[in-house]
Design a protein around this ligand. Sequence first.
Ligand code: UFG
Length: 326
Amino acid sequence: MRILVTGGAGYIGSHAVKLFGARGHEVWVYDSLVYGHRGAVPADRLVVGDLSDVHRLDQLLVEQRIDAVVHFAAFAAVGESVQQPAKYWQNNFVNTLGLLECVRRHGISRFVFSSTCATFGCPTAMPISEDTPQAPINPYGHTKLAVEWALHDYGQAYGIGYAALRYFNAAGAAADGSIGEDHTPETHLIPLVLFAAMGKRPQIEIFGTDYPTPDGTCIRDYIHVDDLALAHLLALEKLTPGLELHYNLGIGHGYSVREVIRTCEEVTGKMVPVKEGPRRPGDPPVLIASSEKIQKELGWKPHYVELRGIVETAWQWHASHPKGYR
Ligand code: UFG
């Protein structure tokens, strides 16, 4: 396939680009480099451009005779989305609709969309399956669910085949150490704990120790970024015109914040200084995925089934790239 990957220089996108290339697909990366990294993708495959530039996107789809679009480009900071909803609606929703219109104009019938567990909000029953009602509780989750609805309507009316993949907590780095996670600012737990282990930060603050969980801290389902990339590949290969796929992606097992810190200490062999702080607004106590549907329908299986293996790859990346891509 000839695949356009928006946001392909970002964390999850770059791992997908690497896998698609290794599987013999022709890949073009479209990325503004506002959050993505030039060094995360092959230089001759990168087109620097903004998602709002539909003229540029149109050109690219025609010139490169693109058969499939994998759409990662989006803003993804929950807290920021509460402060600046306009930024999120504009980029994650309006610009995505612009891209969808390009896809429709050019008769492209394969579209894979990065959705999120944030579209589920705060469900009480675990694990979260595709039948769990979607009720997001922040603007980020709203914009992602709105795109899922638009995709459904476009699928029905125009025959675009799409997959909406709802990631739980993406973590880890390429097993060969070549690419990894580099966000500015970093807000995610695993890299922050590893930074504290390296002495790059004085400590890790635990956001809330009074949750109704066994050790009082939040529980999340951490999934390796390469396993996420594989799900995109399988979905792409499955898609046919008008087919609508929705899959939740996690390993089906949750780890508390304290368990993550302990695992990072074991992997790095270093003590991580911890400060116990108040809850972070908007954090659901527990999020665990059921990924049975994609396992059954696409034969997807996570290679990394335990947190330790995921953290090992993250540590390999951070220890060898203390300044990220810089
Ligand atoms: N946490 C801390 N201290 C930190 C950072 C995080 O205790 O310094 C805790 C959080 O409170 C949370 C857990 O670690 O309980 C994981 O936090 P992350 O920020 O790493 O990830 P989130 O679960 O908040 O975010 C993920 C995705 C988002 C998605 C969200 C949906 O990264 O894209 O799940 O809830 F929107």
